[in-house]
Design a binder for this molecule. Structure first.
Ligand code: SAM
Length: 239
């Protein structure tokens, strides 16, 4: 093959409630988080998205920008296998890969102006806040949805755990969730923790650790109690 070179630039940036990698669902569509894809110049012309509103879902191609510096290896240890077994990088959705490219199907709610910027309002993404988007394409069900596809080690969605709340956390969520800047806060916390974001090796035994996930501008503190994720309290993230 002839050598080729192609410089890729971000066409957009994704704004999401996920402020750290820990806690982000491992695939799209698992948690109904809301976010925005902000088109960047020179792609922020309404003509670039003309007709896109006819589609309910989009493919986002993006860069795992937070992991690029760590490079990649031929094999990875998928979390689903408890970190014990190795599979080829191209046999997994590892975030450490040549070219660092990820792809996710998300729901499109509309094309909107947000803070004066042309944005796509989306939900269900599994992306860190600030993720560079390198391409956007409509999801085409007749071709992209394959009813009898085999899912390898990821045939089924992850098993969910129950989520419980302290009295303090219940009150805090009711109050802090009223702010328009944190849409669906209660459902988001519930959805994220029900995924049990802990590494697989932690799930096998007693786990006394205090965990924290950062959603919007809040740190959510939780632990495991009787096999459930128990939310203790919410604190503003320190900047
Ligand atoms: N659906 C995509 C795919 O299959 O290419 C992503 C799957 S990947 C396993 C999902 C994980 O990527 C998330 O749980 C989060 O930890 C991580 N992630 C999301 N955005 C990232 C970013 N910008 N840089 C590095 N890691 C990111």
């Amino acid at each position: 093959m002839k050598a080729f070179e192609n410089t890729i630039q971000a066409v957009a940036v994704c704004h999401t409630p996920y402020r750290q990698k820990f806690g982000i669902p491992r695939q799209p569509g698992l948690v109904n988080a809301h976010g925005f894809v902000e088109l960047l110049p020179p792609f922020n012309d309404p003509d670039t998205v003309r007709g896109l509103e006819q589609y309910s879902h989009l493919w986002l191609l993006f860069c795992f920008h937070e992991n690029l510096a760590q490079g990649w290896k031929n094999t990875v240890r998928p979390p689903r296998l408890g970190g014990n077994e190795k599979l080829g990088v191209f046999a997994t959705r590892s975030t450490f890969r040549p070219n660092g490219i990820g792809q996710s199907v998300v729901r499109l709610h509309g094309i909107v102006k947000r803070k004066g910027k042309l944005c796509l309002e989306i939900s269900g993404m599994d992306l860190l806040d600030g993720t560079p988007i390198i391409d956007i394409k409509p999801y085409i069900p007749f071709s992209d949805a394959i009813a009898d596809a085999r899912g390898g080690i990821a045939q089924d969605a992850p098993v969910l755990i129950e989520v419980s709340y302290s009295e303090l956390a219940t009150l805090q969520i009711a109050t802090l969730g009223q702010d328009d800047a944190r849409p669906d806060l209660a459902a988001l916390i519930d959805g994220v923790l029900a995924q049990d974001p802990r590494p697989a090796y932690k799930k096998a035994k007693e786990d006394p650790k205090l965990y924290q996930v950062a959603l919007y501008d809040l740190d959510i503190f939780w632990c495991i109690q009787d096999g459930k994720a128990h939310v203790l309290e919410l604190k503003p993230t320190k900047v």
